[in-house]
Write a protein that binds this ligand. Structure first.
Ligand SMILES: [Mn+2]
Length: 357
């Protein structure tokens, strides 16, 4: 078998430069790892028109490589691969399920875009199995949904409600293949052993396309004889960050934010939510100053979308009645955690009283 780098769902788009950067990272990684093949298991392009404008520059990216790129059309980009189109030297497109791509003694089969329901897909795979020589190393490229395991629908990317190529792991049993290199599921790297022994692998998108695709992105590095390796990429990816302010913490929330931001990769797109309550008087910080402080800290990330749900409750903490309540609470035997919870409830209750009056 060959050494292979497997990815899918780049969704290249003229308006999303980070996806192009991810493609270049993958090509560089494939070169460094000296793979024989880069497999793109569907949705290289977000749509046909993106393929039209990007085919030119792509030729240069793929053309200079010492490996073969094997592309499977997906549900987003299947119209981009009309016969006769040139994607670069060393690029093969699987346009027909009966016509595999052979590299050395490895045979790459694929199911290009089709509208198959589950029974017809199972039948198609049985037909494909009859064309395969079990004495050869056969690898299947597949772009579609695996029904065996539950994925929340948004984890697929932007697919609406339609099921695309719905497969069960058992559908692949008739095929004499060791690996099923798949695409369509964006969220994360995931692999399953099919009952017949083949391994089904979703690498996850190599660059975040939607905000559901959080965390460092990966690709699948298949080294002959080894279990598939998760190659962690430096590509753009979303990260969710939640900071809940505590009105009695005493620490400047901007310091906590700094600490959490330091743990993120510089290419992260930060989805920050700051909620909770704070005592602006104790911190010498009003809501305006807190917002501009947060924005300043976030400036080092190219994509930062803060959501501000916090409230300065200094007027309540300084309220005489609230102070009396806190003193009384302090003298009780409640645990610290319970006292904190009661204090917070009391602040919310005091806010309600003030708003009503
Ligand atoms: Mn797809």
């Amino acid at each position: 078998m060959l050494k292979i780098l497997h990815t899918a769902d780049l969704h290249l788009d003229e308006n999303a430069g980070e996806r192009w950067d991810a493609l270049e990272e993958l090509v560089n990684l494939a070169g460094r790892e000296e793979v024989s093949a880069l497999v793109i298991a569907g949705d290289l392009f977000d749509r046909e028109s993106a393929a039209e404008t990007m085919r030119g520059p792509l030729r240069a990216v793929f053309g200079g490589c010492g490996f073969q790129t094997v592309i499977l059309p997906g549900n987003h980009d299947h119209q981009a691969y009309r016969s006769g189109l040139y994607f670069g030297d060393n690029v093969s497109v699987i346009r027909d399920w009966r016509e595999p791509v052979c590299l050395g003694d490895t045979v790459f089969w694929g199911l290009p875009h089709d509208h198959l329901d589950a029974p017809r897909l199972a039948a198609r795979l049985r037909e494909m199995a009859s064309l395969m020589n079990p004495d050869q190393e056969n690898i299947l490229l597949f772009h579609g949904e695996l029904l065996d395991t539950f994925f929340p629908r948004p984890d697929l990317g932007q697919e609406g409600e339609l099921r695309y190529m719905p497969a069960r792991l058992s559908f692949f049993d008739p095929l004499p293949v060791r690996y099923i290199l798949a695409g369509h599921f964006h969220s994360r790297f995931a692999a399953w052993q099919a009952p017949g022994g083949s391994l089904f692998i979703y690498p996850g998108s190599p660059v975040s396309v939607t905000k559901r695709e959080t965390g460092r992105r990966k690709a699948n590095l298949l080294v002959p004889g080894e279990t598939p390796r998760e190659a962690v990429l430096n590509s753009f990816h979303f990260e969710e960050l939640l900071i809940t302010l505590d009105p009695f913490a005493g620490e400047d929330p901007l310091l906590e934010l700094d600490r959490k931001l330091d743990e993120l990769h510089p290419a992260a797109g930060v989805l920050l939510t700051v909620d909770g309550l704070f005592d602006g008087a104790a911190l010498n910080l009003d809501e305006d100053a807190l917002v501009s402080g947060i924005k300043q800290k976030m400036a080092r990330f190219s994509t930062a979308e803060p959501s501000f749900n916090f409230i300065d409750v200094r007027h309540i903490i300084e309220d005489d009645l609230f102070k009396k309540f806190r003193d009384a609470l302090a003298k009780t035997d409640y645990s610290l955690a319970m006292k904190k919870e009661i204090e917070e409830m009391a602040i919310y209750a005091f806010r309600g009283v003030r708003q009503c009056s």
